[in-house]
Design a protein around this ligand. Structure first.
Ligand code: SF4
Length: 440
């Protein structure tokens, strides 16, 4: 139902139908956010090779450009690019059968259906990393998600297990907005302004907190500097943990998760300055930083940034009584206007737990929303954004790449292994363990 091709056919149908009917079909409203959605992702691998610069391809609603350090995939062999959907399905199924318990395939909630159908586990990034731990006999963990997720799985899995990302170009534009060099520079400037000595209560001037959606290097930075990792489910608990130990927090890379969480905890907006990595002191003066409680990195998710208050008003006009739930990566005004906000897990549970037929307008990635709509036909579930705009980086994982890595394993070849250097993994694990130990 939610393959890009299917989504596009839904759009054509929707053009001839009333918008409310189209929404009931699963968010297929007026258009897609890019004609490129009809292309195979390998066309971007080829374009990148020609231009020498990686980019994230279709669905990049703010023209995301990947940094030069982003791994490049290289061209997928022709037989996989030209195979039909049915042929790829058969080849993936056969390879998985041949590999048996030797492989576990993980599918992120935002992944397209043609990939998710082959997943042994479906979930968010941290659920999937933990799910992989339940399969200690698997020699290979194929992570159908994005780069930072595969890194986390590698950090948490056994050393002899190979974590594989089917398309190396599946990065995350938000994670790439905070790189280790910029964060280290920011840290040095903050130490110069704030000092390093604890106050009378033993709280250090600042603690780094990174969202799970960040590189292993940043998780390692947090491990090394007394900091911690958070997810969209536990961000408030993690901030409480940090405030017990520090006067303020440097939160990266997602400004919206940081702001929405801290605001709900009562931190005034004027004590949450933004840190713009290219400006001295992040674009702030020293007094503002000294007064701050949460310093927000200038990062965002280009998928969740698309949601607006106008979309919520439109949904309420069309469906009086609609339950509007958005993800905390959405801008603050959208979260404020919604009825509820929460992680993908929260959204799933809210829909699953509704005992009466309910209309849900959801502000998160369209593949997940459409899957929930299909899973809970007793409810009307649609994406707040009428424009189909899947996560452009998840889009880079196509069944062709999945077939290619699985058949490689059958032949004894590990393709696209993601390996976090041992020193980085060690400190990143410290920050992850602090998160696991943090209790509300
Ligand atoms: S939805 Fe946003 S945060 Fe999640 S992987 Fe895609 S770009 Fe990154």
């Amino acid at each position: 139902m939610t393959s890009v091709a299917t989504a596009i056919s839904l759009i054509s149908r929707a053009e001839a139908e009333a918008s409310s009917e189209a929404r009931a079909l699963g968010g297929a409203g007026a258009s897609t956010c890019g004609a490129d959605l009809a292309k195979g992702p390998w066309e971007f691998d080829a374009a990148e090779a020609l231009r020498g610069l990686p980019a994230y391809g279709p669905g990049a609603s703010v023209a995301d450009a990947a940094p030069r350090s982003t791994p490049r995939q290289g061209q997928l062999p022709q037989e996989y690019r030209e195979a039909s959907e049915d042929e790829l399905r058969a080849r993936i199924t056969a390879a998985k059968e041949a590999l048996g318990e030797r492989v576990v395939v993980l599918g992120h909630f935002y992944q397209r259906d043609e990939v998710v159908e082959h997943a042994d586990f479906v979930g968010d990034s941290f659920q999937l990393a933990n799910a992989a731990l339940t399969r200690p006999d698997a020699e290979a963990i194929v992570f159908c998600g994005v780069h930072f997720m595969a890194e986390t799985a590698d950090i948490l899995s056994r050393q002899d297990q190979a974590v594989i990302l089917p398309n190396l170009a599946a990065g995350c534009s938000m994670a790439d907005m905070a790189d280790i060099d910029s964060v280290e520079q920011a840290w040095a400037q903050l130490e110069a302004v704030l000092g390093t000595e604890p106050d009378a209560d033993g709280r250090v001037p600042v603690i780094p907190v990174t969202y799970m959606n960040s590189s292993a290097a940043l998780k390692g930075f947090c491990g090394e500097h007394g900091g911690i990792v958070c997810t969209s489910s536990n961000a408030a608990t993690v901030l409480e943990w940090a405030f017990e130990r520090a006067q303020r927090v440097l939160f990266f890379p997602d400004q919206h998760l940081g702001r929405n969480t801290a605001k709900a905890m009562g931190v005034p907006l004027q004590q949450m300055p933004m840190w713009s990595p290219r400006k001295p002191l992040g674009g702030n003066d020293a007094a503002t930083l000294l007064e701050s409680r949460v310093i927000l990195w200038h990062g965002f998710c280009s998928v969740h940034k698309r949601f607006t208050v106008a979309q919520i008003e439109q949904a309420r006009a069309e469906y009086p009584g609609v339950r509007v739930i958005v993800h905390p990566e959405c801008p603050m005004e959208v979260v404020d206007a919604a009825d509820e906000y929460g992680s993908t897990d929260y959204i799933r549970k809210a829909i699953a737990g509704a005992t009466e037929p309910t209309v849900f307008a959801i502000g998160t990635e369209v593949n997940l929303v459409n899957r929930l709509a299909a899973e809970y036909p007793q409810h009307t579930v649609f994406c707040l954004d009428p424009v189909i705009c899947p996560c452009s980086t998840m889009y880079r994982i196509h069944p062709g790449y999945l077939a290619w890595v699985l058949e490689g394993l059958v032949e004894g070849e590990v393709r696209n292994r993601i390996e976090v250097p041992a020193d980085v993994a060690a400190t990143a694990r410290v920050a992850l363990e602090r998160m696991l130990a943090a209790r509300p």
